[in-house]
Design a protein around this ligand. Structure first.
Ligand SMILES: C[S@@+](CC[C@H](N)C(=O)[O-])C[C@H]1O[C@@H](n2cnc3c(N)ncnc32)[C@H](O)[C@@H]1O
Length: 186
């Protein structure tokens, strides 16, 4: 994990608003996110802002419970690092808003797992991501987005009338403590 810190800090120094964290997700937070994903049959799992791959690793360990696993990561050094670490995994090196353009024939259950720091992202990114989430959720019968935030804050306003947030528990053993949230159909 220490080797991952160099590309993380490089990306943080270059673009702090898009990294939005002082450290990768800790072990307790990763386990909590994966448990939340597996709390219901997850279908296709798409990770948004996979960063150093701390959560990706846990998701890969549960891969047989999913119909597929895909990751998006915008920072080039982190995307390259993910590709080296997980050579069998499909990683899209670019903006996660491209998730709205994926063709997902026959996929009726979709779980998005997001570490995106929505609150600090530039507004153009935020709008593109919100639109993509609204579009995907409308097209998929069983949809969830699982996200963590710091200091208990709502991650971002619901991007559509048919979606609402549910606040889950807070993982104290993370730096800083992180609260899990689930965005799902009302
Ligand atoms: C809080 S950090 C990732 C933490 C990650 N869970 C980890 O443990 O390393 C947020 C990540 O989102 C990525 N990111 C920010 N905006 C993005 C976008 N529009 N599309 C894809 N990734 C993005 C950043 O490059 C960064 O790696």
């Amino acid at each position: 994990m220490k080797r991952d810190l160099m590309p993380f800090w490089q990306a943080l120094l270059r673009d702090p608003r898009r990294i939005g964290a002082i450290a990768p997700a800790g072990r307790a937070l990763c386990s909590a996110m994966v448990r939340e994903v597996l709390g219901r049959p997850p279908g296709l799992v798409i990770e948004l802002g996979a960063g150093t791959g701390a959560i990706t690793r846990g998701l890969l360990e549960a891969r047989e419970q999913m119909s597929g696993l895909i990751a998006f990561e915008k920072a080039p050094e982190l995307a390259a690092c993910l590709q080296r670490k997980f050579p069998g995994l499909t990683i899209h090196p670019g903006c996660a808003s491209a998730v709205g353009q994926l063709q997902l024939p026959g996929e009726n259950t979709l779980t998005l797992v997001s570490s995106l720091p929505f609150r600090s992202l530039p507004s153009g990114d935020r709008h593109r991501l919100s639109d993509a989430i609204a579009k995907l959720s409308a097209a998929t019968p069983h949809f969830r987005l699982i996200q963590y935030s710091y200091f208990g804050k709502l991650p971002f306003p619901s991007p559509a009338k048919h979606l609402a947030w549910r606040r889950k528990h807070t993982v104290i053993r993370n730096l800083p403590p992180a609260t899990l949230w689930v965005l799902e159909k009302t």
